[in-house]
Design a protein around this ligand. Structure first.
Ligand SMILES: NC(=O)c1ccc[n+]([C@@H]2O[C@H](COP(=O)([O-])OP(=O)(O)OC[C@H]3O[C@@H](n4cnc5c(N)ncnc54)[C@H](OP(=O)(O)O)[C@@H]3O)[C@@H](O)[C@H]2O)c1
Length: 225
């Protein structure tokens, strides 16, 4: 088991038992990151980590409770539905102090998942920063990346990832994580701009249905590379 961080970073994916987090976890683990799968239930975390290790054919992931995972990590990734956003953040608030917290939450309001929902705090990422306080640095990313595409581990994901944060160092760290997961990370400005990325996902979900595809994504044109 890879308990030492080959890339100098231990990543905890809260809700890594689910669709989006699992694909990212396996991609990062295969690139040498030390990745912990977090769950509300320890046994679910360890079971899912074992299943993903079987899928990769390597013993790379381990499971922990969300709070233990957040405490053990250098970078915390929040990958839960919006309905669980506030409760999950409150449960790991102290463990996240001094850390980067990558929020990929889209504030969907089922069953209207193809319509933009602006939450009370204007965006999930801004709500996360308010809940965690200034001691944590929230970076918004990955809201427009299809879990279906992430699971195809042998392929790069054909999309760009908008990365928003108020601290450039933290944004740079997360852009490296985007690249490690097989995509191009785009500096998309301050955390407030996360509202744009969060609002794009219902549009992509509509496009998926209209064009009968599973993983529509976005590309930024006009850049050199
Ligand atoms: N799926 C996609 O294609 C996609 C794409 C872009 C962004 N996203 C965003 O990524 C986040 C995760 O999406 P997902 O599709 O991976 O979600 P998911 O599979 O439905 O859920 C992820 C994990 O969240 C935890 N969870 C679920 N309901 C919960 C609740 N009521 N309270 C507390 N924890 C709960 C569960 O973990 P435990 O039971 O183990 O605690 C679950 O395995 C969402 O915010 C979504 O908007 C998803």
């Amino acid at each position: 088991m890879a308990n030492s961080a080959v890339n100098g970073r231990t990543l905890a994916i809260l809700g890594g038992t689910g669709k989006e987090g699992a694909g990212l976890a396996m991609r990062w683990a295969l690139q040498g990151y030390d990745v912990i799968i977090g769950s509300r239930a320890l046994d679910k975390a360890t079971t899912r980590a074992d299943e993903m290790n079987d899928e990769m054919g390597q013993d790379l992931l381990r499971g922990m409770s969300n709070s233990d995972a957040a405490a053990a990590a250098d970078i915390v990734i929040l990958s839960v539905p919006y309905a669980a956003h506030e409760a999950t953040l409150n449960s790991v608030r102290s463990a996240c102090q001094g850390k980067i917290v990558v929020d990929l939450t889209v504030p969907l309001q089922p069953p209207e998942i193809m319509a933009v929902n602006l939450p009370a705090g204007r965006s999930a990422a801004l709500e996360a920063q308010a809940l965690l306080g200034d001691g944590a640095t929230v970076v918004a990313a990955f809201q427009n990346v299809s879990a279906v595409k992430l699971k195809q581990l042998d392929k790069p994901v054909d999309c760009d990832v908008l990365v928003c944060a108020d601290q450039n160092d933290a944004k740079g760290e997360v852009i490296k994580l985007v690249e490690a997961a097989g995509m191009r990370g785009i500096d998309a400005g301050v955390l407030k701009n996360a509202v744009a990325a969060e609002a794009l996902t219902p549009v992509l979900l509509h496009i998926n249905r209209s064009y009968r595809v599973q993983g529509a994504g976005i590309r930024i044109t006009g850049l050199d590379s």
